[in-house]
Design a protein around this ligand. Structure first.
Ligand code: BG6
Length: 479
């Protein structure tokens, strides 16, 4: 028999600081690496900068009121490190931390549980200039300084803490997520070194939550795409297992077992890509246990076998910058291990992301069976072009269809025993995409702006806004 969603299940949505806040240089905030990266994206591709984004910094009361209207019981957002510590460390920026106090109190006054992400791609630029940001091990100490301050500040208001957003995606798409000087961009080992530093930072943050927050729970937010084999050929099944090891288990084994996945580590060592691990690192990682795993699920992956005959070099996935199906330049190839391919059974978004609600159930059941820890969805959604009609409506039935099928799949996983804490689709409101400007929209609320012109960032409710409100009011019964 199908069970109902538990009464205390959290319904909400997610955003991240630089993608939604704007006020990039206001009230003492200094730039993060994303302010710099997105200025380049504007120059090269014409995508919006992070200067204004959706201007949530000035609209947060209106935005929280809309969350309340939809019935949210949680909101996942991130803290901008360089708003709190403009130079990364040192003096706190009183006005910056006050913004988060105000936001959190506004949420709590409206019965909305804050779910904080400590780090979402936005390393303070001062630390990038000082020592290269995550490239240098010193960042772990500086992150600890920042995280301790924030966790202490909100320990009585915030129960759920996600540490670092999407280490797996940072490894795969590192130059969009980290500022990497051009002369280092060919050094693929650094991707895994950055990830190792993040593993240390993640473990420290988990330990700190346990130490400082009464009843506090901590976990990473991981970008996760389950991998299918292209065919039932044993070689393809093996390739899918390899891709699963390198793209997914490499992270989840750290969070829950405190070890690097053996197959992935073997492959990385063979290819000179493994991170340098110092004495005591693995003990620290193992001691920073996660209470849950937060998952950002948009698509599944598909892999097939790939010989290593020496003719092809390791090749990372490209990004679809055009928003036209088929415009993704390249797919990942790890010679001798696997190559990623298009799944012929699935339709895609205009940005080539495979639409796969079954993948949601597949991922949740697999992870829960292997690690036996509660899960939450901290991102899931459809990036699409929306049209504002003359009578100021947005008929986003395609988004409703996507979300409906994914919630149904999550529910099915729960019927099979998976313990879920929350569902936070991406995103509560339109925001700056990490790779495609503001024309690729995700929100329940339309933000009236273009890539070139932030206008007034007026908020307009989409059809999906009213649909999600009904879903929440019925505790997921009415999809
Ligand atoms: C996730 C990120 O990878 O995907 C978000 O955590 C991001 O920050 C989201 O916005 C959607 O990706 P994109 O590239 O469409 O913004």
């Amino acid at each position: 028999m199908n069970k109902a969603f538990p009464k205390d299940f959290l319904w909400g949505a997610a955003t991240s600081a630089y993608q939604v806040e704007g006020a990039a240089y206001e009230d003492g905030k200094k730039p993060s690496q994303q302010d710099v990266i997105n200025k380049d994206n504007y120059r090269i591709y014409g995508f919006a900068t992070a200067d204004v984004a959706s201007d949530q910094y000035h609209h947060y009361k209106e935005d929280v009121a809309m969350m309340k209207e939809m019935g949210f019981t949680c909101y996942r957002f991130s803290i901008a490190w360089s708003r709190v510590f403009p130079d990364g460390v040192g003096e706190v920026n009183e006005k910056g931390i006050q913004y988060y106090r105000d936001l959190i109190h506004e949420l709590k006054d409206n019965g909305i549980e804050p779910i904080i992400t400590l780090y979402h791609y936005d390393c303070p630029w001062a630390l990038v200039e000082k020592y290269g940001g995550w490239l240098d091990r010193q960042i772990v100490k500086d992150f600890e300084y920042y995280a301790r301050y924030v966790i202490n500040e909100f320990k009585n208001d915030v129960k759920y803490w996600t540490t670092i957003n999407e280490q797996s995606i940072i490894v795969q798409f590192w130059t969009q997520k980290c500022y990497i000087p051009e002369d280092l961009q060919d050094n693929d080992q650094l991707r895994y070194q950055i990830n190792h530093h993040m593993n240390l930072a993640h473990a420290i943050a988990c330990k700190m939550v346990h130490e400082l927050v009464p009843g506090g729970l901590a976990g990473a937010a991981l970008g996760y795409a389950p991998i299918y084999p292209l065919t039932s050929r044993p070689e393809d099944a093996m390739a899918a297992q390899n891709a699963q090891a390198l793209q997914n288990d490499y992270y989840t084994d750290i969070y829950f077992k405190g070890i690097y996945n053996k197959a992935a580590q073997h492959y990385l060592e063979e290819h000179g890509l493994a991170p340098k691990i110092e004495e005591g690192d693995m003990e620290l990682i193992a001691s920073g246990t996660s209470d849950f795993l937060a998952l950002n699920y948009y698509y599944s992956g598909c892999a097939c076998s790939m010989e290593d005959d020496g003719s092809v070099k390791l090749h990372w996935a490209g990004v679809n910058r055009e928003g036209k199906k088929g415009a993704t330049s390249t797919l990942e190839q790890q010679p001798g291990f696997y190559q990623m391919c298009k799944n012929p059974n699935l339709d895609t978004t205009d940005w080539d992301w495979a639409i796969d609600p079954v993948g949601m159930e597949y991922m949740l059941r697999d992870l829960y069976n292997r690690y036996n820890k509660p899960l939450m969805i901290t991102e899931n959604g459809l990036g699409a072009y929306d049209t504002l009609t003359e009578d100021e409506k947005i008929h986003d039935d395609y988004r409703i269809d996507y979300l409906k099928k994914h919630i149904a799949a999550m529910k099915k996983a729960m019927d099979y025993g998976v313990e879920m804490i929350a569902y936070c689709p991406w995103s509560s409101i339109d925001l700056l995409s990490t790779s495609n400007g503001v024309k690729k929209r995700y929100g329940f609320v339309y933000v009236d702006r273009t890539d070139d012109d932030p206008k007034e960032c007026r908020r307009i409710r989409k059809d999906s806004f009213y649909w999600y409100k009904k879903v929440i009011a019925s505790n997921g019964e009415e999809l």
